[in-house]
Design a protein around this ligand. Sequence first.
Ligand code: BTN
Length: 250
Amino acid sequence: KANLSTQWLGKEIIYFSEVDSTQRVAHELAKNGVPHGTVVITDEQTEGKGRLGRTWFSEKGKGIWMSFILRPSFAYHQALQITLFTSVVLANTLKKLYQRNFLIKWPNDIYINGKKVSGILTEMHGEQDQIHYMIIGIGINTHQITFPENLKEIATSIQQETGYIPKRIELIQHFFTEFEQDYSRFEGEGFMPFYKQYNDALYGKGRRIQLKQVNQQIEGTIMCIDSNGYLILQEDDGKEAKVVSGDIFF
Ligand code: BTN
């Protein structure tokens, strides 16, 4: 059992040496009523889930694969911003611990030296006016020295980029402490207090990108995000486009 200094986040930690997906287990537990802040963590996932139906490569002992349950008191639109909020907290934590320039690729990938080191998957359960629970899933590549061929060019690990061998418990402790502190502010004031920090860490500012959405594709230059968390792109005709969702391709 980890000895954490937090009030609610990680007070209950459920550990597996192997599981299909901590995200799936967390849903199961949440349905059965486990408290706000319960964490599910594993050494290995056989069916790790990524965003947009992708799989998440979760090799044994090479990373932090965890999901935690929130029972938020806030409204739906704020629930959409929690992913962005979580990225800020995670980037801050990694910067503090490893003294490198961790950036955020909108909406919620953590990058270092142009490669992805961590991803966040947020899922919610409930209706527009009442969220029953949210599951925040975080994958952090800590120890990989090599990646499979298809990931080599796009993924990296903390060890690979910094030479530092992260201690899982230390990283989690710092992240939970920071998340809990900032979360009460987020509950009260929303994303507003955090969007400047997000912009400071925004990856690819000034670069021309393609934004792929379900039904369309936009091209433009990354400007910033606004206080709601929307991405502002400048299109070639000079007009600004505000986007709520999608995937960035450089
Ligand atoms: C992404 O970038 O696509 C999000 C990746 C999220 C991966 C984590 S690992 C722990 C948790 N369990 C899962 O199955 N997925 C998330």
